[in-house]
Write a protein of this length. Structure first.
Length: 68
């Protein structure tokens, strides 16, 4: 049983050093960095807008509490 598991792991992973290095590089080449930066910049801008809006809302609430 142990030998079967080891053999299947070796077949699936293909433990040669060259393949372990080449496989991640192939994946990294497929990632488009421009799209990734656009997504992160948009999400960062949206988060900043939400943060500013929350601060303004808290200030309004604080002013209303002082008036009461």
């Amino acid at each position: 049983m142990k030998n079967k598991v080891k053999n299947t792991i070796k077949k699936k992973l293909n433990l040669s050093g060259v393949n372990l290095i080449e496989q991640p590089l192939k994946i990294l080449k497929k990632i488009n960095i421009e799209k990734l930066t656009k997504i992160t910049s948009l999400s960062l801008a949206e988060t900043y807008k939400n943060f500013k809006r929350n601060i303004k809302q808290k200030e309004k609430n604080k002013i209303e509490l002082f008036k009461r």
